[in-house]
Write a protein that binds this ligand. Structure first.
Ligand code: AMP
Ligand code: GLY
Length: 426
């Protein structure tokens, strides 16, 4: 099969790396890709939301399957575009249709869906500019901290958690009146704060059956001890020790299965990865958010733990016979540490030469914001998150130690990484 992967991060490098190992794969193209995807396939400078250009490319290169990494093309309807096109409608797209991608694209939609189908989540109400005063009154009825969520996609920045009531009211006003997050905050979901520990659960589904993928935990804040600004993700570990068998049974019974039956009931066609951002409160799971894709940087620790042929599983998704497929998981622990550019997540430096990668040992390197500089035949930093270093070892401690040892070997000016991943799991 010829496979096109859309996206350019560490997640897409991990997908391309895994897909390249399949005997079913002929050619892999990654649009737009990065320095890492260029090692396992062919990069093509494509905009992931320019569906007409994608169509031309798919026809020209005789692509047999499109795997969508990020959420934006899914929410914008890439799968629908393929289904409606007479030439493309036989080419499977891994990722849901736009209406189903609303699970991530609209927090209000996701909340209504969960409430309708009895899926545990924080109590909430949604407000618009016309109901601003009601929103302020609702805030008064809650205890701090106050959780405000822009309804639409906001690159992971649309959630505010505030301790002070007046500040929460004025942020609500700025979201609704001044469009603080643009169109994404035309509606704002205010929800109850859940005290607990987060984890990321992933499935692959053909819309009816599903395969549970390894459970992971990501680390979002820039600073150690989960302090400082939010980032795209500073690392991940898999598995998660507190996601015990009995807890995961609750997750499957109360969250995963009701979500799939809810999707079917509402005739929402879902083929692809589904990501449940969960909070474990006491021993009970609650959904914080749905994402219609794999997580990043979770993919960098989850995908290397899948022993089975990913292309075979994706074919099961596309053909609706996932139930017939087997998934085998590596028992070892994965740790993935993300190396970032100086200044990130604020304004950061780029164009720094990356050295030392030939000296890495017993790890997998997934590039993210890194590109090939043909003029100097070197790889240079080109983004905030530059790469993830993933290790697989017999214990989490060993995996982390190994990842940090390799993170020290990579060298680029201004390199930073968190050295405390897994600190909350001991
Ligand atoms: P989201 O963009 O929905 O993942 O939210 C960003 C982060 O805000 C989450 O990863 C949580 O750490 C936090 N968060 C979101 N909703 C809640 C909630 N109801 N209670 C506590 N923390 C939350
Ligand atoms: N790691 C969280 C996300 O991918 O949204």
């Amino acid at each position: 099969m010829n496979i096109l992967i859309l996206g350019s991060g560490g997640r897409e490098h991990a997908m391309a790396w895994k897909i390249a190992q399949s005997p079913n794969t002929s050619k892999i193209y990654i649009g737009p890709g990065n320095a890492g995807t260029a090692l396992v396939g062919t990069n093509t400078p494509i905009d992931t939301t320019d569906f007409d250009s994608i169509k031309t490319f798919v026809i020209e290169k005789e692509i047999d399957m499109v795997v969508v990494g990020p959420e934006v093309p899914l929410v914008e309807g890439i799968h629908d575009f393929f289904l409606q096109d007479q030439v493309l409608n036989t080419v499977p797209v891994i990722g849901p249709v736009s209406r189903a991608a609303q699970l991530e694209g609209s927090k209000d939609f996701a909340k209504n869906f969960m409430n309708k189908h009895g899926i545990p989540t924080a109590a909430s109400e949604t407000f618009q500019l016309e109901t601003l005063e009601k929103g302020k009154a609702f805030l008064e009825s809650l205890h701090p901290p106050y959780v405000l969520k822009a309804d639409g996609l906001a690159s992971g920045k649309g959630v505010l958690i505030l301790d002070n009531l007046n500040e929460a009211k004025s942020e609500l006003e700025s979201m609704l009146r001044d469009a603080r997050f643009g169109e994404a905050s035309t509606k704002v979901v205010i929800e109850e704060y859940l005290e607990g520990i987060e984890l990321s659960v992933f499935i692959l589904t053909d819309g009816v059956d599903y395969k549970l993928l390894p459970v992971a935990k990501d680390y979002k804040r820039i600073g150690e001890g989960d302090k400082g600004l939010n980032t795209g993700g500073m690392g991940s570990v898999s598995p998660v020790p507190f996601a015990t068998e009995s807890f995961m049974k609750k997750v499957e019974d109360r969250i995963i299965r009701p979500t799939l039956s809810g999707l079917q009931e509402e005739r929402l066609n879902y083929q692809g990865f589904l990501f449940f951002g969960l909070m474990k409160v006491g021993e009970e799971p609650y959904v914080i958010e749905y994402n219609c894709r794999m997580g990043d940087p979770e993919a960098e620790s989850v995908i290397p733990r899948i022993k089975s042929d990913l292309v075979d599983l994706l074919e099961g998704v596309a053909n609706g016979n996932l139930a017939e497929k087997k998934i085998e998981i590596d028992d070892r622990y994965a740790a993935s540490v993300v190396l970032v550019s100086e200044g990130y997540p604020g304004k950061y430096t780029t164009g720094k030469t990356i050295k030392g990668i030939n000296n890495l040992n017993n790890c997998i390197l997934f590039y993210a914001g890194a590109s090939n500089d043909i003029s100097s035949d070197s790889v240079k930093t080109s983004g905030g998150r530059v790469m993830a270093i993933t290790t697989l070892n017999d214990s989490m401690d060993e995996a982390l130690k190994n990842a940090y040892a390799n993170a020290e070997i990579v060298d680029f000016e201004g390199k930073y990484f968190r050295k405390d991943l897994g600190f909350d799991l001991k």
